[in-house]
Write a protein that binds this ligand. Structure first.
Ligand SMILES: Cc1cc2nc3c(=O)[nH]c(=O)nc-3n(C[C@H](O)[C@H](O)[C@H](O)COP(=O)(O)OP(=O)(O)OC[C@H]3O[C@@H](n4cnc5c(N)ncnc54)[C@H](O)[C@@H]3O)c2cc1C
Length: 362
């Protein structure tokens, strides 16, 4: 079996690697190269119980998190690289009484659904993370959460995919046809295969797939700092920003959420807001070295769930789109669902929540 994957972000690369690991010949095509879309700007946080704003998303994300140790192990093995990946938890931080009340409501809701978490008063939160300011009023620890370094992950995933025989081309796909074979047209060539997986993130599905789902780009800006002082031993999550401290001194601070179309520029206002929020949460970050600002377009479906499944108009075409704020977290589950569907025609139960047809008006 041969499959073409369009889009080499985390979603397309994870699918390509999974398919190839199961014996499929894979051709992966991207107009920019590997990991140059939204994935490049991601903070890599793995936090289903903070980011899963709706129960269906939370369930899918928690399932994917449960697959992460094995996902990273397989990529490290195939690529012979090491990936920055830690399940050191998250600490949500309240800086006033109303934020403290919201955290205590979250703690009760999580405990009611059996999720392990620990609510802290301000003093206990500061004992746990001494870089927090005196004004901290409360904290909430979720020990199962963690993060992965998106750049090391993508470098390793690309090598792992190549090691499994995935062919890669840098070229814009201009058309998709699905007859007796699937036919992908690029600027440079025509690729025939048994099926096409469209993983183009925020960008439109290339013509002419009649039921192409609509995805909206939501810009996110993230700054990368470097700190010689210890920042924290887990991801910190405040109302206005989050802070991801890596083991090598890298600190990621994110992220803006902006509905501005296909505009990938960074802005003074965006960066200023992130730096102000970061130094309010961890005052010593004022001394950190500023390294860069990254911008990505998060692919958002109208109901904020991903879109994973077969096209209803072209049986050889499959969609893996709309991963919005959780594409890195949802990658292992997406790849596994897609491989079962494409190779074995197996429609797992999770697909009923994310099927593309749910977004088509009746
Ligand atoms: C600031 C920020 C912070 C984030 N933080 C997190 C986080 O902490 N945790 C988390 O899980 N997620 C996070 N996300 C979300 C996550 O980054 C996205 O959900 C994920 O990267 C989407 O991956 P993707 O592969 O679908 O899309 P992309 O990474 O955008 O990849 C799509 C690819 O398709 C290619 N493409 C498009 N059209 C064509 C075409 N016609 N021909 C050829 N190639 C094409 C593009 O060039 C691109 O490389 C964050 C996002 C942002 C912006």
């Amino acid at each position: 079996m041969k499959i073409t994957v369009v889009g080499a972000g985390i979603v397309g690369c994870a699918i390509a690697h999974e398919l190839a690991s199961r014996g499929v010949r894979v051709h992966l095509v991207d107009s920019r190269g590997v990991g140059r879309g939204a994935t490049r700007a991601s903070a890599g946080i793995l936090a289903p119980h903070i980011e899963g704003h709706i129960p269906e998303l939370r369930d899918l994300a928690a399932r994917s998190l449960a697959m992460y140790d094995e996902f990273v192990r397989r990529i490290e093995h195939d690529s012979r690289r090491t990936i920055e990946y830690r399940r050191s938890g998250t600490l949500q931080v309240a800086l006033d009484e109303s934020e403290a009340a919201a955290l205590s409501a979250s703690a009760r809701a999580l405990a009611a659904t059996g999720v392990q978490c620990t609510a802290l008063d301000g003093e206990a939160a500061r004992r746990l993370e001494p870089a927090l300011p005196d004004r901290v009023t409360a904290g909430l620890v979720l020990p199962a959460h963690g993060y992965v370094g998106p750049t090391p992950l993508m470098d390793a995933l690309a090598d792992a995919a190549r090691a499994r025989g995935v062919q890669m081309s840098v070229s814009a796909v201009t058309g998709i046809e699905g007859g007796t074979t699937a036919c992908v047209t690029t600027e440079h060539e025509t690729i025939e295969s048994d099926g096409v997986v469209v993983a183009t993130g925020s960008w439109p599905v290339p013509p002419r797939v009649a039921d192409a789902p609509r995805v909206t780009p939501i810009r996110g800006q993230l700054v990368q700092l470097r700190s010689e002082r210890a920042v924290a031993s887990r991801v910190l999550w405040g109302q206005a920003c989050y802070v991801v401290p890596w083991t090598d001194g890298t600190v990621l601070v994110g992220a803006t959420v902006e509905d501005v179309g296909f505009d990938e520029r960074s802005t003074a206002e965006g960066v200023r807001g992130l730096l102000n929020a970061a130094t309010a949460l961890v005052p010593s970050l004022g001394h950190a070295q500023f390294e860069e600002v990254r911008v990505g377009l998060r692919p958002k479906a109208v109901d904020e769930l991903p879109i994973i499944g077969r096209s209803e108009s072209m049986a050889r075409v499959f969609f893996a789109l709309g991963h919005y704020r959780n594409g890195v977290l949802l990658a292992p589950l997406t790849a596994s669902l897609m491989a079962d569907l494409v190779i074995d025609q197996r429609e797992r139960a999770e697909l009923s929540l994310v099927r593309p047809g749910r977004l088509t008006p009746a």
